[in-house]
Design a protein around this ligand. Sequence first.
Ligand code: URP
Ligand code: ZN
Ligand code: ZN
Length: 468
Amino acid sequence: MSTVRTLIRNGLVITAADETHADILIEDGRIAALAAHGTAVAQSWTADRTIDATGKYVIPGGVDAHTHLDFPFGGTFSSDDFESGTRAAAWGGTTTIVDFAVQTVGHGLREGLDAWHAKADGRCAIDYAFHMIVSDVNDHSLKEMDLLVEEGVTSFKLFMAYPGVLYSDDGRILRAMQRASVNGGLIMMHAENGIAIDVLIEQALARGETDPRFHGEVRKALLEAEATHRAIQLARVAGAPLYVVHVSAEEAVAEITAARDKGLDVFGETCPQYLFLSTDNLAEPGFEGAKYVCSTPLRPREHQAALWRALRTNDLQVVSTDHCPFCFAGQKELGRGDFSRIPNGLPGIENRMDLLHQGVVDGHISRRRWIEIACATPARMLGLYPKKGTIAPGADADVVIYDPHAEQTLSVETHHMNVDYSAYEGRRVTGQVETVLSRGEVVIDRRAFTGRAGHGLYTPRSTCQYLN
Ligand code: URP
Ligand code: ZN
Ligand code: ZN
């Protein structure tokens, strides 16, 4: 914990609720006070270190609600571990991640969670928490869900996709939802009809359609929408809230919107890749499209407007990265000649705050909405607020000094993620993280990494704070 008093002067402080020209006093790793510039109170403050934020935004550190570090998929592991992944997150202005621990079929939740603690312990540059992927719903794992909620792992991801691996059938999903309705857990759903998709994969491969672009064609928007609809109905029957992860199809957004119009506790997350990339990328020649293989898949670019609109109308509430990087060389290449063998996932943990700021620059969302979908709501949704996700007295001093005018070009040459390509190679964006504090410690200092592996702490969570 920092014992240093830090002052951030002259910045525009942006939270989900307000934009104020205020100075911030940080003590012992927490926000001690805010006061308007130039007031007697602000001028009376003294500190060991003063950061001048003139002309800059001062925003809460990003909360990335969906990452996969050191994650097993398709016979390999995502290429960022907890050390490299959290360092890259810090570079991108994210100060908290919630990563997915995995239950292996035939084993308990506890075993899976312990394994993820061992992967992360002592390696993280920023704070972290866990969700639990439940791949084997049975009497034992249902009981374990209660224990996990008690100890701060309050959300559980289920898969309607990937039969034979992570998939749960409707009966298992219903049972997990019923349990969550009692123990307060939040069910997070990968909503794609995996059984139907597997038929389409087999048929496509039999026709010789093996290129990456067919990954997008078989994982149809209608099958995302159908699964989203089914998940919503199952959650209604169980009386449980539902959070649909990585929503990419306009038709799936419509299902979530309809549920929310009925007043249901149904929430949706999308990711920067669905807002900025499209099936055009999946169709890039020479197997380049493999770089963009993720599930749910990228959609035709027309879907992007629907996603931005839903972010504006709060029909989608959160933007996370679903950071799940695989190198092109040796990992994505596993699927040459068979798109179904390409490991699913995109890198992005470092790019989210900047890409969403570009959404502000492009007029899709306001500055406060930027902070709401990237910091405050993920923290509320996952029981981390107001410790995380805002700048207010008592909150952890997770603070980003953001230069809204800096121009940068996203590239593998300059990023810090441990992956050999950028999904946004050559894209110009306006805005850049300048300095990052994690619990009062400067971990990025005017674009130099000053953090360390092991600074980041495991952060248990309360239950969802976003319910109606
Ligand atoms: O393609 C993806 N999204 N990979 C990570 C696993 C998941 O389904 O979130
Ligand atoms: Zn998923
Ligand atoms: Zn994911």
